[in-house]
Design a binder for this molecule. Structure first.
Ligand SMILES: Nc1nc2c(ncn2[C@@H]2O[C@H](COP(=O)(O)OP(=O)(O)O)[C@@H](O)[C@H]2O)c(=O)[nH]1
Ligand SMILES: [Mg+2]
Length: 378
């Protein structure tokens, strides 16, 4: 077993155990059970069920209650957050699901063109399914389902906004709560996404079964944010993330990055030469002092840390040593030198996870299309 596999299994076993805890220790509480019942009841009533999955983990993020309840003709799979996943894998996954007779589409809910494409597919599919009653007065209904934090509410909002604009609808816009924390949507709400005929999309709370299929899926679900970090521990997640990053080739692209500090110094020297006033210099410095500098420095630090350990990372103890060294090295680029030693570790974990989950450390697909034996790639 490769080191990354054993890391994944170790974290995944912890996740699986947590899932089975009753009461507040796990994630499947009475509220999620009630949401699951309400969703199941509605499945037979709507025209189309759009299952939202995370493009980084198209298998691990499957919505279990959908497996048996939804007739394939009205089931559509979308792979959201495609901006965070490797493009070629998303393409392969889309073809894979289409070969299994699913309508499947990669989506980035923050991108208008992507939402327009989704709206067109949803409108066409709803129309096709309601062919007998197709009149302008017919109403189409679409249920958005999925595990927590895959972007259902973000999709509902974007479809509502763009769909109404296209239909030149007036009146108040509704707004679903979108949050990086899982479990923020508590009720089922409807949003109008088209007129003539009217189509409504129902946003639903995320449901993640207490029984995770396998340990590997557990670690991927936790890393991508489907489970509250507080249940697993951010430092455990960041350690797994560092193992994933070191096992991918993505870091090699960071070799040529110039240290942002050097660049900042040299641009400041340039500024001194060409811009006389200190006010202008401050403006240049301020606008340059962006998150991008931090990202570049973090990438460069990761490149150095991974490269210096790379040859030895097949052993678990070496991987642990690399991770400890990377945590220490990252304090500087993440600018957390003033924290107490114990706190520093937690802040590195928090910031590193945030960079990864917002795509600033590259695009990674963690679930691979069956038959492909390749490991994590960027
Ligand atoms: N990068 C990226 N982030 C997204 C996308 N869709 C949603 N998100 C983010 O994912 C998080 C969870 O979104 P939300 O809609 O609340 O998920 P839900 O629990 O499934 O309703 C939020 O921080 C969103 O901004 C996407 O396509 N790309
Ligand atoms: Mg939601």
């Amino acid at each position: 077993m490769t080191v990354i596999c054993s890391f994944s299994k170790r974290l995944g076993s912890v996740v699986k155990e947590i899932g089975q805890k009753k009461g507040f220790g796990g994630w499947y509480g009475p509220h999620m059970a009630a949401a699951e019942r309400a969703i199941r009841e509605r499945i037979s009533m709507v025209d189309l069920v759009v299952e939202v999955r995370d493009a980084r983990i198209p298998i691990a993020s499957a919505f279990e209650p959908a497996r048996h309840d939804i007739h394939s003709s009205k089931h559509m799979i979308i792979l959201n957050k495609m901006d965070l996943a490797d493009c070629s894998w998303t393409e392969e996954w889309t073809i894979h699901f289409q070969k299994q007779n699913h309508i499947c589409l990669g989506v980035n809910s923050h991108n208008n063109d992507s939402i327009k494409q989704l709206l067109n597919v949803v409108k066409k599919r709803t129309k096709d399914l309601k062919v007998d009653e197709i009149k302008d007065t017919a109403t189409g209904t679409v249920l958005l389902v999925g595990i927590p934090n895959v972007g259902k509410s973000a999709i509902a909002n974007s479809m509502h906004l763009i769909g109404r604009m296209d239909a030149a609808e007036k009146g108040k816009l509704k707004h679903a709560v979108v949050s990086p924390q899982p479990g923020e949507t508590r009720d089922i709400s409807s949003y109008k996404i088209a007129s003539h005929p009217n189509i409504y999309v129902f946003d639903t709370p995320g449901v993640l079964s207490a029984e995770i299929a396998d340990a590997d899926s557990g670690s991927k679900l936790a890393l991508t944010g489907a489970i509250k970090d507080s249940l697993i521990g951010q430092s455990n997640l960041a350690r797994f993330l560092l193992a994933v990053l070191s096992s991918s080739d993505a870091y090699k692209r960071w070799e040529g990055l110039k240290c942002a500090c050097d660049q900042m110094l040299s641009s400041d020297t340039q500024a001194r030469k060409f811009v006389g006033s200190s006010q202008k210099r401050r403006r240049l410095y301020d606008s340059d002092h962006t998150q991008d500098f931090i990202v570049r420095n973090v990438r460069q630090t990761l490149f150095k840390s991974i490269s210096s350990f790379k040859l030895h990372l097949e052993k678990e103890e070496e991987m642990e040593r690399f991770i400890d060294a990377a945590f220490t090295a990252l304090c500087e680029p993440l600018r957390i030198l003033n924290e107490s030693e114990e706190n520093r570790y937690n802040v590195v974990a928090l910031k590193l996870l945030n960079l990864y989950r917002t795509g600033r450390l590259g695009r990674y697909t963690l679930d691979l299309v069956p038959r492909n034996a390749q490991v994590y790639r960027d």
